[in-house]
Design a protein around this ligand. Structure first.
Ligand SMILES: [Zn+2]
Length: 330
């Protein structure tokens, strides 16, 4: 069971609670890391994946990087344009109560991202707005906030002022609602929190989002323990005596099947997994079959994204090096 939240705002039956459109999914952390790696073009083995607890992504991009089986969704599931992904927490890590509390925070954090991204994506001068916000917050404070968020793995290294601002607001509001006692220590350079609150409130009705996250979260609580017990892996990797042991079933067959239904990214990852040696070590570069799948994937995207031939080459060149890191996370 992966479906945890239903998008009542999109559903005319929301008043009666018969919503069917899914908005947030609890998924395996390795799947979420892979989605983020591919979506943010993070190359490099062993590189920590930022923001790996939750992530907001457009449906089309999500389904390019992971299929319904990996997302533990029925084939009839409907997804809205934007989907919130939350990494599952293992049963052994925390108590059920703590787990629920952390899911609730992640959901709220992600909904703040979603709201701000939606709002600011409609504004042509969003970058200028973000720069104006930072001027009002102050350059010393900006520098400290950026450093803290980067160090805590919440920012991507190339994050621009707008992304940093959105992340700051999401973290600030998360602390404000769930752990206000930690706010001053987390961002010590900020002295006037009421000024920050006024600034943030110009962009987002956070009280509404908080209430909405609580309502939506009510759908989650009864399903978490069931969800965390279920296994959905088609490929299992375990670290045994210091070596990776990979249990796979018919990787070439599965790769061809994924390809035949148009899931080129999954096919490419499966072909890359096929290069694993007995101890689970992958080849340093993906095999030709995997590269071919990436070529097909980008060519299929070409008309939708209106890419010229040079851009197609750039996409292929940037996605191909991501395959080995993505397959390593499986
Ligand atoms: Zn965030």
């Amino acid at each position: 069971m992966s479906v945890v939240v239903q998008d009542r705002s999109r559903d005319p039956l929301s008043e009666s609670g018969h919503s069917t459109t899914l908005r947030a999914l609890l998924i395996e952390p390795r799947i979420l890391r892979r989605v983020i790696r591919l979506d943010r073009h993070l190359a490099g083995l062993g590189l920590a994946v930022p923001h790996a607890n939750c992530y907001v992504i457009e449906r089309a991009r999500l389904l390019a990087y992971a299929d319904f089986e990996e997302l533990e969704l029925p084939l009839t599931a409907e997804l809205p344009r934007d989907v919130v992904l939350i990494a599952k927490i293992g049963d052994e890590e925390v108590s059920r109560r703590s787990k629920l509390a952390r899911y609730r925070q992640q959901l709220f954090h992600a909904l703040v991202h979603l709201e701000l991204q939606k709002k600011l994506s409609r504004v042509s001068v969003a970058d200028d707005i973000a720069r104006g916000k930072w001027e009002r917050i102050g350059s010393v404070e900006h520098q400290e906030i950026h450093t803290v968020l980067l160090k805590d793995g919440l920012l991507f290294s190339e994050s621009n002022p707008l992304e940093t601002y959105i992340e700051f607001v999401a973290v600030y509001l998360e602390l404000r609602y769930f752990a206000p006692e930690h706010l001053a220590a987390y961002f010590p350079a900020i002295r006037d929190w009421s000024a920050i609150d006024r600034l943030v409130s110009q962009d987002i009705n956070h009280a509404d989002i908080y209430q909405s996250s609580l309502r939506e979260f009510a759908d989650v609580s009864g399903r978490v323990s069931e969800s965390s017990r279920e296994s959905m892996s088609v490929t299992t990797v375990r670290r045994t005596s210091g070596a990776w042991r990979i249990r796979t079933r018919q990787l070439p067959t599965r790769a061809r099947r994924a390809s035949s239904v148009g899931n080129s990214v999954r096919a490419a990852i499966l072909w890359t997994l096929e290069t694993a040696t007995g101890d689970g070590t992958l080849a340093t570069s993906p095999p030709a079959a995997a590269v071919q799948e990436i070529n097909q994937f980008v060519c299929r995207l070409q008309p939708a994204l209106q890419l010229n031939n040079e851009q197609v080459s750039e996409w292929i060149d940037s996605l191909t090096p991501l395959l080995v890191p993505a397959a390593s996370d499986i």
